[in-house]
Write a protein that binds this ligand. Sequence first.
Ligand code: HEC
Length: 220
Amino acid sequence: MKILLFLVSIFLSQFILSAGEFNCGSIKCDNYEADVSDKASLQRGLSTYMNYCYGCHSLKYSRYKRVAEDLLIPIEMYENNLIYDDSKIGDLMEISLSKSDAINWLGAYPPDLTLEARLRRPDWIYTYLRNYYPDSSRPYGVNNRVYQNVNMPHVLEDMQNSLTKLEYDQVIYDLTNFMTYVADPSAEQRKRVGTYVLLFLVIFTAFAYMTYREFKKDLK
Ligand code: HEC
């Protein structure tokens, strides 16, 4: 009985302790459902990432070539449009921004974002990038509801102002989708292989059962 009471109190404490807390800073995370099989969305997300984020945030656990192949982008097209320095297509996606420069200029070092979607979850990133707001007390005149007093400027501000809300949400959807893919590039392949494995098991079970029935006949 005591054990039961103990278990019930642990179960209830979760609700009491989490009451009033939000999973996205000062607000609730918006719903976000990634679809890493949507290659067009991933390609758009990659393009936004390379143009607006890659100057500060490396993806150093990923290689250009892997991304090109997974996203079905011809190597030559990738080299001509999405590699900005003298990196080779087989290189890791590293950037040249040094820690000391970043801290001097920005007040913080922009972390590598390869695994960000696993660390923070995609819905956090999606909500974060859509929740900058004007705040004159901050160095860049903006603040963020999800990440209070963040040292990252609102790098997509011009884009946000020139697009409708729906269009901007789509850009952030694609960008987050790309970050979800890059944090776990083999997720899709894993699912595909998983389907074949299950199919194999079903067929194998059918044959095993038939063999079992044959053996059983002999035993009678
Ligand atoms: C001018 C440099 C710069 C650019 C460009 C930039 N960021 Fe940042 N970003 C930062 C800095 C600096 C931080 C760390 C903020 C802090 O610690 O206060 C940061 C933090 C982040 C974080 C939170 C990391 C964490 O978990 O603590 C995310 C997510 C992020 N950036 C995404 C992006 C995306 C997506 C883009 C492109 C749209 C982008 N950033 C463009 C400088 C930049």
